[in-house]
Ligand binder design. Structure first.
Ligand SMILES: [Fe+2]
Ligand SMILES: [Fe+2]
Length: 82
């Protein structure tokens, strides 16, 4: 599996967790469990993405705008979760 396949696999898993979360309601154990898994999986994914892929893209002319935008999106997610 290369880095792009790994990133896509993570994104697919995050979508699956969000779909499962959308089928829950109220304050249930299932909802808390899904949310906790989603939260820590996305945090780990974002950190790895920034340290590997984005770190390589930011010094490049073509990659910098998208990489900076993506880092900004990660920061927005962190503010939502606090
Ligand atoms: Fe990602
Ligand atoms: Fe990202």
């Amino acid at each position: 599996m290369n880095i792009y396949e790994a990133i896509k696999a993570d994104h697919d898993e995050h979508r699956r967790l969000l779909n499962d979360l959308a089928e829950t309601s109220g304050d249930s154990l299932k909802r808390r469990t899904l949310w906790t898994k989603f939260y820590y999986d996305v945090k780990a994914h974002a950190a790895a993405e920034e340290e590997s892929l984005y770190a390589e893209l930011i010094p490049t002319v073509d990659g910098q705008p998208e990489a900076r935008h993506s880092v900004h999106e990660h920061q927005q997610l962190e503010r939502i979760w606090i």
